[in-house]
Design a protein around this ligand. Structure first.
Ligand code: HEC
Ligand code: HEC
Ligand code: HEC
Ligand code: HEC
Ligand code: HEC
Length: 194
């Protein structure tokens, strides 16, 4: 082996390891947004509405059993109650000053502009995730989103990366096969990547 060959082999090895490093950093960044917890334009609390008041997730996220997106409710859904309830003490007689958060909600309704909620969960554009198939198969929201009914502000609870999708799909299919049913959760690339 001459010096040139050794240098060339070294350069190739270095380039390869740099590429692998860059890819792994990229994959981690893309794959793990858990802990992301952005501030929202109105301090809406799931702990209060879905926890204490025990409202059903599907009352507001009506798309979750119908199609790809769970959907965020329009302000008119909030106004079903907040025409009357103006603050945390609003159910008590004699108190009528709206809380600043409810005042913001009413302003949004009057302006006719949708509330600019900040999106928490977002898969890369090359991935297809249909909510309805999961919800109708009985997978609870919490399996993917954590204990949302205890959150004052929504936080991404899990990485929701490809490894997690596949781990659940494989476990699910194994259960189905053991019960003598056809597996329904896909593991082929094109089911999730179009
Ligand atoms: C009264 C209406 C209402 C109810 C009931 C409700 N939500 Fe929400 N949800 C919202 C609103 C408004 C937002 C957007 C603001 C925010 O993120 O807090 C939201 C956001 C979310 C998000 C984050 C979406 C994103 O941007 O990625 C998840 C996940 C979620 N809700 C799950 C649930 C689950 C699970 C339940 C039941 C335990 C539930 N919600 C009950 C109104 C509701
Ligand atoms: C089913 C009725 C109902 C719906 C629908 C509803 N809320 Fe509420 N909300 C309440 C009640 C009741 C309270 C007061 C709870 C208490 O007194 O402990 C409240 C309290 C609040 C507060 C706290 C006010 C304060 O004084 O701090 C905010 C903010 C709020 N809601 C926003 C929203 C938003 C935004 C939506 C729509 C996404 C919504 N609510 C939908 C019933 C509802
Ligand atoms: C199997 C996992 C899984 C289950 C079960 C699940 N979600 Fe999601 N959810 C996700 C993923 C992944 C995203 C991001 C989707 C994207 O970016 O296309 C998401 C996004 C969301 C969003 C914001 C974007 C949208 O689709 O509107 C809301 C709101 C939401 N989920 C609510 C719910 C509720 C409510 C339930 C239960 C009724 C639920 N999810 C069940 C995985 C799940
Ligand atoms: C907690 C378990 C669980 C997790 C996590 C999960 N899935 Fe699924 N998924 C299922 C089950 C169960 C089915 C089969 C539903 C049926 O049989 O109808 C399914 C079905 C699907 C389908 C098939 C839909 C169709 O039309 O055939 C797609 C696509 C899919 N999942 C994508 C994803 C993606 C992308 C992720 C990760 C972001 C994910 N899933 C995470 C349980 C899960
Ligand atoms: C059950 C759903 C599912 C299946 C099946 C699946 N993927 Fe993925 N894949 C995902 C999700 C979700 C992501 C985005 C999150 C992440 O990067 O882990 C992803 C990310 C990727 C990426 C990273 C792309 C990037 O942006 O860096 C590649 C490459 C990839 N998938 C290839 C494949 C191949 C090849 C197969 C078949 C052997 C496959 N996937 C099967 C859900 C799936």
């Amino acid at each position: 082996m001459n010096v040139r060959t050794v240098l060339l082999a070294g350069a190739v090895a270095l380039l390869a390891s740099l590429t692998i490093f860059a890819l792994s950093v990229d994959l981690k960044l893309l794959g793990d947004n858990s802990g992301y917890k952005p501030a929202q334009p109105i301090a809406y609390s799931h702990a209060l509405h879905a926890g204490e008041l025990r409202m059903d997730c599907l009352f507001c996220h009506t798309g979750a059993e119908k199609g790809r997106h769970a959907g965020i409710p329009p302000a008119s859904t909030c106004m079903k109650c907040h025409e009357v309830v103006v603050n945390r003490a609003g159910t008590k007689p004699g108190v009528s000053d709206p809380s600043p958060e409810i005042a913001r909600l009413r302003q949004a309704v009057q302006s006719g502009q949708p509330i600019a909620w900040v999106r928490v969960h977002r898969l890369p554009a090359h991935v297809q995730f249909p909510h309805s198939r999961h919800v109708n198969a009985g997978v609870p929201c919490q399996a993917c989103h954590g204990e949302v009914q205890g959150m004052e502000r929504v936080e991404q609870a899990r990485p929701l990366n490809m490894g997690e999708c596949l781990a659940c799909h494989r476990a699910e299919n194994q259960k189905q096969q053991q019960a003598g049913r056809a597996p329904g959760a896909p593991t082929d690339c094109t089911a999730c990547h179009h």
